[in-house]
Design a protein around this ligand. Structure first.
Ligand SMILES: [Zn+2]
Length: 103
């Protein structure tokens, strides 16, 4: 009888320890993940505007300027003198782009 209680107590302690270890582990994982997200947010970002000729024969990618919007006429095409229109505006991660440009 006494032995049985001992085994049950030992099992309970083992389960409790397992739960504590699991809780600590998941808490550490959570703070790690949180750190990673913060680091990602701090990475340098660049906003780029894509300007395309209405005749679709010329496209440039340039840095976003204040007042840029999709559909805005932005200069004339050096090839055919048609109007250039902003077709896309997006943000890129500078670090990632630098990596992808490496051979
Ligand atoms: Zn053109």
């Amino acid at each position: 009888m006494y032995m049985q209680i001992d085994i049950i107590t030992a099992l309970l302690i083992a389960v409790m320890l397992g739960l504590i270890v699991y809780a600590i582990k998941s808490a550490l994982d959570y703070s790690k993940k949180k750190k990673e997200t913060i680091e990602q947010e701090n990475k340098p970002m660049k906003i780029v505007s894509i300007v395309t000729c209405q005749q679709n024969d010329y496209t440039i990618e340039r840095e976003f300027k204040e007042g840029d919007f999709i559909g805005k006429i932005d200069g004339t095409c050096p090839k055919c003198n048609s109007q250039m229109v902003i077709t896309k505006i997006y943000s890129i991660n500078i670090e990632m782009t630098q990596k992808s440009f490496k051979p």
